[in-house]
Design a protein around this ligand. Structure first.
Ligand code: PGA
Length: 218
């Protein structure tokens, strides 16, 4: 059986209090999803508090960041560097389509961020929209997220997503997950595919009941 990755991308949502409530409810409703790797990526601000609650409550969630500075420590106002992220998280999303669209991230920038993640022992989850871009060295997890499916309620066809995942794997990537309008209803159509190793959920992950149902159904 595959070891599935179920990743939550909260984007720019939730306060500390809301995050704590989410974790409490997650812990209460989860039957310890042992065989599934659950990774939650909240905004930077929430990482320390969530890390504290996860550790003290022995909650079965691993943290990821949504971004990382392309630089190390130093005079880079507003940036959060890899060493700081690593204090609280083990994974980091890189190159999400919203970063590419609203913050003009290009392939060069994304490659630098991957390097910073690897240098700080963070596992990058590289987000790609198609099979055309270059996959930087050292990337082992890729999230295939077609633009037409993100936040639209219009998920990709699972056969097509599987084909794309297969193509990405020809670049030596071991793990490919699917993202874009994943719900509790459609998740299994993706995770049952031979080359899809999990899902990345945005909007649906904000609701803890929907998210735990996604994990159950995956
Ligand atoms: P969505 O977002 O699940 O809301 O479509 C997915 C993503 O952008 O990572």
């Amino acid at each position: 059986m595959k070891n599935l990755f179920i990743v939550a991308n909260w984007k720019s949502n939730k306060s500390t209090q809301e995050a704590q409530k989410w974790l409490e409810e997650f812990n209460a409703s989860s039957e310890k999803f042992h065989e599934k790797k659950v990774i939650v990526c909240p905004p930077f601000m929430l990482l320390p508090t969530m890390n504290y609650f996860i550790k003290t409550g022995a909650i079965g969630v691993t943290l990821g960041a949504q971004d990382i500075s392309p630089f190390g420590e130093g005079a880079y106002t507003g940036e959060v560097n890899g060493k700081q992220v690593k204090e609280f998280a083990d994974y980091v999303l890189i190159g999400h389509s919203e970063r590419r669209k609203y913050f003009y991230e290009d392939e060069k920038m994304i490659e630098k961020k991957v390097q910073m993640a690897l240098q700080n022992n963070l596992i990058p989850i590289l987000c790609v929209q198609d099979d055309k871009g270059k996959i930087p060295q050292g990337v082992t997890i890729v999230a295939y997220e077609p633009l037409s499916a993100i936040g639209t309620g219009n998920a990709d066809d699972s056969e097509n997503a599987n084909r794309m995942a297969g193509k990405v794997k020809t670049n030596g990537v071991q793990t490919v997950i699917y993202g874009g309008s994943v719900t509790a209803e459609n998740v299994h159509s993706f995770t049952s595919m031979s080359d899809i190793d999990g899902v990345l959920s945005g909007g649906a992950s904000l609701d803890v009941q929907e998210f735990t149902q996604i994990i159950r159904n995956a």
